[in-house]
Structure formats: C-alpha cells, structure tokens
Design a protein around this ligand. Structure first.
Ligand SMILES: NC(=O)c1ccc[n+]([C@@H]2O[C@H](COP(=O)([O-])OP(=O)(O)OC[C@H]3O[C@@H](n4cnc5c(N)ncnc54)[C@H](O)[C@@H]3O)[C@@H](O)[C@H]2O)c1
Length: 422
C-alpha cells in the first residue's frame, strides 16, 4: 500500500507528462542505470527516504531507485519547491510521497517524520534537515544499524554535517554527494547559473544594461555571474574569501563590499550558504535603489534578511505568484522573489534535467554502493569513491555520443613517474 499526502491527486496526469519530459533528458539515471537496476535489483529489500526538492527530476531518481527494488519514501526539502503535479503522479507509481507546495514549518517536519517512521536504510538529504531530525528524534534507527548510510545533495547540508562531524555528533556514515566532481561542477555551476533566468520569470526584466550584484563567487554564484554577464548585465561580485574575490576580478568582474553596491544595484542575487549577506539594518535598507529586485538561490531563506525586510515594510503586496512588492516607510519599493527562498526552484522548475541527470546518477550508484559495502562503513564523512564519480562522467559522455582519448601504458607511466626529465 502506498502511503502519501499530496496537495491534489487530480494533478497526476499533468505530473506524468512532466516526468516524461525529464526522463528523456536524463539518459544516465533514467535509462542506463534504471535498466540495469531493473534486471539486477541491487536495492531489493531496502527502504530509501529522500528529503529532496520534489521536482520532475527527483521523480525520475525515485523511479530508478524503485526499479532497483527499493521501497521509496519522499518528502520535500523546501516548503516552496514541491511540484504538486509530480508529487501526485509519483503516488500512482507506488512511491510514498509526503510533500506539497507551501507547507508550514510544522507540516515540513511532519512530512520528514512520515519518511523516518518507515525505518529507512538509506537517507538522501538536501540541506540536512532529515538526517539531523533522525539524530534528534530517531536514535533507535541509528543505534540499531537500520540506517546503513546517508547521502547529502547540497553544499549547505555538507557544511552542517562537517560541523556535526567535527564535534563528534555525526553517528552515521555520510557521503557528501554534493562534493563529487560530477555534482557541484555541473549542477551547482550550470544549474544555478541558469537559475538567474528564474529572476526574469519572476519580474520579466531585461538583464541587458542592468547593474546586477551577485553575492559569492563559489560554484553556484560564479555560474550566476557568468550568465548575468552573458545576458548583458554590468556585474559586480561580493565575496568574503580573498582567493574567490581574486578569481572574480581576473574573470573581469568588479568586486566590492555588499554595502557599497546597495545604492546602484538593480538586481541583487545571493547564493553563498551564509546568513544576512545583506545585513539586516534599516539604514542599509534605506540605501537600496528604488525598484531593486532581491532574489536568493542559496539553500535557506536567510541570505536576504527576509524577516527584517517584512518587518520594516509598511505594506507587502503580492504582485504575481511568488513575487512581492515591499513598500518601505519612505515609499521606496523593493521586489522580493520567492519569499527569499530558492528563486530558481520556486519561480521556475529548478535545474534543467540534463544536469540533474549527473547528480541523480551519483545518488543512484551511491545507494547501490552503500548496500554492497554496508558492513565496512563507519560513522563520519566519507568521500564519494572516485571511480563512481568517473563512471558517471563516462556514462554522461557516452550518452552524448562523445568519445575521449585513453592514456596509453607509456603515457600512464610517464605521468605517474619521476624518472623522465630534461
Ligand atoms: N538554488 C539551487 O538549486 C542550489 C543548488 C546547489 C546549491 N545551492 C545552495 O547554494 C549555496 C551556495 O552553494 P555553492 O556550492 O556555490 O557553495 P560554495 O561554497 O562553492 O560558494 C559559496 C561562496 O560564497 C562565499 N560567501 C560566503 N559568505 C559570503 C558572504 N557573506 N558574502 C559574500 N560571499 C560569501 C564563499 O566565500 C564562497 O565562495 C548553498 O546554500 C547551497 O546549498 C542551491
């Protein structure tokens, strides 16, 4: 019997179409790996719980895990990113889904608990909320060894687990899938990079000629800076890391402290994983240019000081779905995208299926790896094995019909030796 709670089951047919569109763009996850899983059933008898953005791409990950024999439970990793049609469609395919767009904090954790109540063996998290909840409320699942290992999909989640690990509090083997090359060099850079287009969906503005400020020059934000420039914007980058700031300068961007950009920025987009990137001070809010658009693509809604901006505004007017006009006491207007939550997921459909193919191929192969190696895994952070990362890269190239060279024995010995010199 399928367990679920979704917004509207009548959206299932629309969700099936969305899943179909994504499937065709995810040849590694939804074809090569799924077909092998279907035959070999490497996940037979295993329950997997995913706390992920419930999108058409995640739906295809769930289908692949199910094809491998797993019982799959899903809940959303963000209150506003669930695609209700996809959630409805998945329940008709035997996937247990507890997710709907716009859930409250209390409902968000209720959904997580429904997945943990299923006693999962593998947890796949995006932002760490499910695995942290397992540590706080489901210790028996950890102590009994029911949870074999966990996987984390995003940078903010990895940072939280590194902090737990350094304090000796991480009690499960944790694979930071985000840090694999096939994940953050493609999903974060290309996916979030293209995500700035969501800001255009939100406000329908022309980027060309605008002063766009990108906070951060990491994986996501450097991709965003590049795309904003490609659309013709004058881009300023803000950073706290000297090397990243230098990289931005040498890539041709202006670099400044955020406070120096407030008077001229037409659009400010954050993706740092930090909090209060725009400091929550009313005297700084007053410096913002009239009509500025504020959007965040980082994991949590605290990069832009959403709560303080709401408190300072004398009026908050929704002007289109998930876009609000905040009117300050002076009459100045500021446009906030997606209530400060991941603008690319809330205003649009999240990352394109092509890049999620690589992230979810990693999650699929890592689930198989965990089952095969469960007896050897120890609590703490464990890197994704390099051969799995390489394999996903190889399968992706193959699916694109691209061939590359292979090292000859002589070349291999040369680059691994020291003898040959001048
Ligand atoms: N929107 C999405 O779909 C999506 C996808 C992947 C990751 N993310 C999230 O985006 C965020 C960034 O991820 P990433 O992989 O780019 O991380 P990253 O570590 O590669 O980059 C973050 C950058 O921000 C800089 N930074 C930190 N605090 C800052 C501050 N106060 N002001 C200016 N710069 C600051 C850091 O020095 C770093 O260079 C995380 O929260 C991650 O979970 C979102």
């Amino acid at each position: 019997m399928v367990n679920y709670k979704v917004a509207d089951e009548s959206l299932a047919d629309q969700g099936k179409e969305a899943l179909y569109i994504a499937e065709n763009k995810m040849p590694v996850t939804a074809k090569v790996i799924r077909e092998r899983f279907q035959k070999e059933k490497p996940l037979k008898g295993i329950t997997i719980a995913g706390c992920l953005h419930i999108t058409k791409e995640t739906g295809n990950l769930a289908r692949t895990l199910k094809a491998g024999g797993a019982e799959v439970y899903l809940c959303g990793s963000n209150p506003l990113s669930t695609q209700d049609d996809v959630a409805a469609a998945l329940t008709q395919e035997g996937i247990n889904v507890f997710a709907w767009h716009g859930n409250t904090d209390e409902e968000f954790y209720w959904c997580i608990r429904q997945c943990l109540n299923a006693k999962p063996n593998i947890l796949i998290d995006d932002g760490a909320d499910m695995i942290v909840t397992a540590h706080q409320e489901y210790e028996d699942l950890i102590k009994s060894g029911t949870i074999m290992a966990c996987q984390e999909e995003t940078t903010t989640g990895v940072k939280r687990f590194k902090a737990m690990d350094s304090q000796g509090l991480l009690k499960v083997p944790l694979f930071p899938v985000n840090d694999a090359r096939c994940k953050n060099q493609f999903d974060n850079e290309l996916g979030t990079g293209q995500g700035i287009v969501s800001a255009i969906y939100g406000m329908h503005v022309l980027f060309a000629g605008k002063n766009v400020v990108i906070a951060g020059y990491g994986h996501c934000s450097s991709g965003m800076a590049l795309r904003a420039r490609g659309l013709g914007a004058n881009v300023t980058v803000t950073e706290v890391d000297s090397i990243k700031a230098l990289q931005a300068i040498f890539a041709g961007f202006s670099v400044k402290p955020i406070e120096d950009t407030l008077t001229y920025a037409d659009i400010i987009l954050t993706a740092t994983g930090c909090k209060h990137v725009i400091p929550p001070k009313t005297e700084l809010f007053d410096k913002l240019k009239d009509g500025v658009i504020l959007g965040n693509l980082g994991h949590f809604d605290i990069e832009i000081p959403t709560k303080e901006l709401y408190e300072y505004s004398k009026e908050i007017k929704p002007i289109r779905q998930n876009v609000e006009e905040l009117i300050f006491p002076s009459g100045k207007k500021v446009y906030l995208l997606a209530k400060g939550r991941l603008a690319n997921l809330v205003l649009s459909e999240g990352h394109p299926s092509e890049v999620m193919d690589m992230s979810f191929a990693l999650q699929s192969l890592m689930s198989e790896y965990i089952v095969k190696n469960k007896d050897f895994l120890k609590p703490g952070m464990v890197d994704v094995p390099i051969d799995i990362d390489d394999k996903v890269g190889f399968l992706k190239l193959k699916s694109m019909g691209v061939e590359i060279d292979t090292l000859t024995e002589e070349q291999y010995n040369y680059i691994h030796g020291y003898e040959e010199g001048t």
